[in-house]
Design a protein around this ligand. Structure first.
Ligand SMILES: [Zn+2]
Length: 67
């Protein structure tokens, strides 16, 4: 393992992006969700929020710890 931490981080983000693209429809009405991902780099957490513009609800909020 001689990858830099920056490359590791990019890999993690790519995997995360692919993951949320598979689950981006509202479970209630099937509308495409608006996904927002915020990073809190100071404690290595990603927060993923999926909002349905039709139902006007937050369908999903997830925190991902990255270590
Ligand atoms: Zn909906």
């Amino acid at each position: 393992m001689d990858e830099s931490s920056a490359q590791q981080k990019a890999k993690i983000e790519n995997r995360h992006q692919a993951f949320i693209e598979r689950q981006n429809h509202c479970p209630l009405c099937g509308t495409q969700l608006e996904i927002r991902v915020e990073s809190y780099l100071e404690d290595y957490t990603l927060r993923e929020e999926a909002h349905c513009p039709d139902c006007d609800v937050l369908a999903r909020v997830k925190d991902h710890k990255m270590h």
